[in-house]
Design a protein around this ligand. Structure first.
Ligand code: APR
Length: 307
């Protein structure tokens, strides 16, 4: 059975643990710096088992020794944004937290794949890649699965078609300049324009970009966790089940899409050992320019890192 450590037992971390219980097939270690938080959440989760008909082999702890020899480490530790904040505003405080976490987990699990959830996502993935010394295949950030899920939801709302029929592609950084690629998004294989007017498509693109902030404005004290948790769970399953599934993920680029020395959301094949292949889509000038704007925003955030 694969061992999955989830670092951070807040909203995102505990939601991932819940999804892990429902999905089954892995042993979970939930870690938080706050004494009692991970222990309490795991006890609650275990007690949900007999009621809901699931079971989970899980430990909640403050002690990183429990994470030893994990196959997958999911990093959610960090602060979430509040209304009016961008993900980029979190860089200072979360860089310190992610650095601490990477230094704790990587010597104990030298063969693990790291799945980063902490924002600003692409910059934190870059930091984890640099500090871990792991090959780039084993450090991935979750963004496009969530953003693509949001876009599917909004397309379903506007078109009236079941979201299961909807395929979306959202690339680039997990920030306001993310790139929902309309040309690579379809409804049952048909172009979006078959079902939607240009105005509807523009509205969907804008709402996808603003999807996280829309929820922050409602919640006021934190950010989304159900859909981010579901997205992490999908990527985790692909990795531990060696599923060879294609998902967008933030990975360290070495010339792909004309970009170097940056973690950026691109389509990848995910399986055991993390990224098995990076897919390069053919882009038109407008799409390429949008990706470059997104990369510029990430680079301006990365400038705050002290490596
Ligand atoms: N080690 C372990 N846990 C830590 C550490 C650390 N060094 N520092 C902070 N934490 C824990 C906090 O104690 C808290 O329980 O991380 C948890 C974060 O949980 P929340 O505050 O509920 O935040 P959450 O909504 O889960 O978001 C976490 O994911 O989506 C991103 O932008 C979001 O960066 C944020 C992260």
């Amino acid at each position: 059975m694969s061992k999955v450590s989830i670092i951070g037992a807040g909203f995102v971390g505990s939601t991932i643990a819940h999804w892990a219980m429902i999905s089954g097939g892995c042993q979970v270690v939930l870690v938080d710096v706050v004494d009692g938080l991970a222990q309490g959440k795991v006890l609650d989760l275990i007690q949900a088992g007999p009621i809901a008909g699931h079971s989970i082999d899980a430990v909640g702890t403050t002690d990183y020794a429990e994470t030893a020899n994990s196959d997958l480490v999911i990093i959610t530790a960090g602060v979430a944004r509040k209304p009016g904040m961008t993900r980029e505003d979190l860089v200072g405080i979360n860089a310190k937290i992610v650095s601490d976490v990477v230094q704790q987990v990587t010597p104990r699990s030298p063969n693990a794949t790291l799945l980063i959830m902490t924002n600003p996502l692409d910059t934190m993935t870059y930091l984890a890649y640099k500090l871990s010394g792991f090959p780039r295949e084993r450090v991935v950030g979750q963004a496009g699965v969530l953003d693509g899920g949001r876009m599917r939801t909004f397309i379903a709302m506007e078109s009236g078609v079941n979201p299961e029929n909807i395929h979306t592609t959202v690339l680039g950084g997990h920030g306001d300049e993310m790139v929902p690629l309309v040309r690579y998004s379809t409804i049952a294989g048909l172009p979006l324009s078959y079902f939607l007017s240009p105005e509807q498509i523009d509205r969907i693109v804008a709402r996808t970009r603003d999807g996280g902030a829309e929820i922050v404005r409602y919640l006021k004290t934190g950010s989304a966790y159900y859909a981010p948790g579901a997205a992490a769970c999908k990527m985790a399953q692909a990795i531990i089940q060696d599923a060879h599934q294609i998902y967008p993920a933030s990975v360290y680029l070495q010339g792909e899409y004309g970009l170097e020395d940056i973690c950026f959301g691109v389509p990848v094949v995910l399986g055991r050992g993390g990224v098995q292949r990076i897919l390069e889509l053919e882009l038109n000038d407008e799409e390429r320019a949008a990706l470059m704007r997104s990369a510029d925003l990430i680079r301006s955030t990365m400038a705050h890192l002290k490596l």
